[in-house]
Design a protein around this ligand. Structure first.
Ligand code: SAH
Ligand code: SF4
Ligand code: F3S
Length: 466
């Protein structure tokens, strides 16, 4: 029998890239590729790239330098290594990548992953292969399903892409260009995929999309289904105890989805709802097409449905023309909403987006200074949210061994990491944990005695602000 070929995939960027990496591995498994955890012994290295900010996009080229040196060392030992670039940089830059980094054999955009086996054959035959088309044919119909062993090796919490691409064209963002127009997968296909995961032991599923709450896939009845309806259907699958979805756009927070946060016990009380800015003028310039008040109204509707909902967000500082007063509006929004956490980024002008052409680009020193102040406000809110969990009992899904012997790490319903001394038999299980200590980004606790357990809807988490 031919020895297995080894595949190493390194992913940058968002959770959809993590999911894509798994589907690429699944699709290459029937071709004889087995995943390896180290690039050094790989026969095929795939860099699964992100184009969202300049820093992320440039990381690829430094990484490629390293991979090329590894390939040269392997070649000296008589072993051939193939180098592929996938992901959003592949889509955005295409052949340019091979011009800049001639060691690259293959460039494949996110909508062509199902063609990887053909592309590898083509690269072996012709030396190079590039595919950055947006095929009419849906890749999801061709990507191989994961083997049971592969699912188990990936843990009890899994991602499933249900919607991809974006039609919103925020003026700072490359995603509509790198992922293409918005498409939703049919309900049946998603159910089959989640059922397979559940059957292999997965307990928690996060439904993914660049605009996941714009989901409108075809239902079994032939009509488009909303995300809320999809969640309700997925929740009926036995074994799936926890559901999440990400990333949502504030404009697509439909009433039935808000209601799902009240009515669906499997739907975890945590939501990532990027707002980017707290200033109406900046929001308009970003083409977000909602105001600060609209955002707060969405938050109010959500908290009316689920009072303990933990909200996280994304922010951009230093968008062109952002004044100190406008930045102040963003700082105030952080305290007004009381986020349980957030990511904040310095605006990075991206080629081909309207923002990059705008006047009044902000200098890096101002961006850095604003980023620091924003991060302080976010950290303060996050610490306050965590403090409110002290002494409470929360359900924890244990995902992996901790750093210390006998310790396991899991997630609370609010997505906080929780560290607990617990037997390894608890891995993959949900257990009630009393929170005994909190830090700025983690909780620590002990397994609850049966009588300690109370349902997780702690009114103590109610109320915004630090
Ligand atoms: N679809 C999601 C976000 C996808 S990108 C949404 O609609 O919000 C993830 C985050 O990266 C964004 O929320 C934004 O905060 C950040 N981001 C996107 N483009 C950026 C840019 N040009 N510079 C800095 N941050 C950016
Ligand atoms: Fe980018 Fe805006 Fe689309 Fe989100 S909604 S992916 S930020 S264009
Ligand atoms: Fe990056 Fe593409 Fe995701 S640009 S954030 S990998 S959609």
């Amino acid at each position: 029998m031919e020895a297995a070929k080894k595949l190493y995939v390194k992913s940058f960027g968002c959770q959809m890239n993590v999911y894509d990496a798994q589907r690429m591995a699944d699709t290459l498994a029937p071709e004889g590729y087995v995943e390896t955890a180290s690039a050094e012994d790989a026969d095929l290295v795939i860099l699964n790239t992100c184009h969202i900010r300049e820093k992320a996009a440039e990381k690829v080229y430094s990484e490629l330098g390293r991979v090329r040196r590894m390939r040269d060392a392997a070649a000296a030992a008589g072993r051939r290594v193939t180098i592929a670039v996938a992901g959003c940089v592949a889509q955005a830059e295409g052949e340019e990548i091979i011009r800049r980094a001639p060691a690259v054999d293959l460039v494949v955009g996110p909508q062509s992953y199902h063609r990887l086996p053909d592309l590898l054959a083509r690269a072996a035959r012709d030396g190079k292969a590039v595919d950055t088309e947006f095929p009419i044919d849906d890749k999801f119909n061709h990507l191989a399903a994961p083997e049971r062993a592969a699912i188990r090796s990936r843990g009890v919490s899994a991602f499933v892409t249900v919607q991809e691409g974006c039609d919103k064209f925020c003026t700072f963002c490359v995603v509509p260009y790198t992922r293409g127009a918005e498409i939703s997968r049919p309900v049946d296909k998603i159910i089959a995929e989640v059922a397979r995961l559940a059957d292999a032991g997965v307990r928690e599923v996060s439904l993914l999309g660049q605009n996941v709450n714009a989901y409108h896939g075809e239902g079994p009845d032939g009509h488009p289904w909303s995300l809320a309806r999809l969640l309700e259907r997925v929740a009926k699958l036995s074994g799936i105890d926890r559901l999440r979805y990400t990333t949502s756009h504030p404009r697509d927070m439909a009433d039935d989805l808000v209601a799902a946060h009240r009515d669906l016990p499997q739907l975890m009380p945590q939501l990532h709802l990027p707002v980017q800015s707290g200033s109406d003028r900046v929001l308009a310039a970003m083409n977000r097409r909602h105001s600060r008040a609209d955002y707060i109204a969405v938050v109010d509707r959500l908290r009316a449905a689920r009072p303990d909902l933990a909200l996280t967000s994304d922010f951009i500082v230093g968008f062109p023309g952002e004044s100190e007063a406008e930045f102040g509006d963003t700082l105030r929004l952080v305290d007004d909403v009381g986020f349980s956490g957030a990511f904040s980024f310095k605006y990075s002008p991206r080629p081909g987006t309207p923002g990059a052409e705008m006047d009044d680009q902000i200098c890096d020193a101002v961006k850095s200074e604003r980023l620091q102040r924003l991060q302080e406000a976010i950290d303060r809110n996050q610490a306050a949210f965590n403090r409110r969990c002290l002494g409470r009992t929360v359900d924890v899904l244990f995902e992996r061994a901790g750093r210390h012997p006998g310790q396991l790490v899991g997630r609370s319903p609010y997505l906080q990491p929780v560290q607990v001394m617990a037997p390894s038999s608890s891995l993959g299980q949900i257990a009630a944990v009393v929170v005994t200590e909190v830090s700025s980004n983690s909780l620590f606790g002990v397994l609850a005695q049966k009588s300690d357990h109370q349902p997780t809807q702690p009114p103590a988490l109610l109320g915004a602000g630090a």
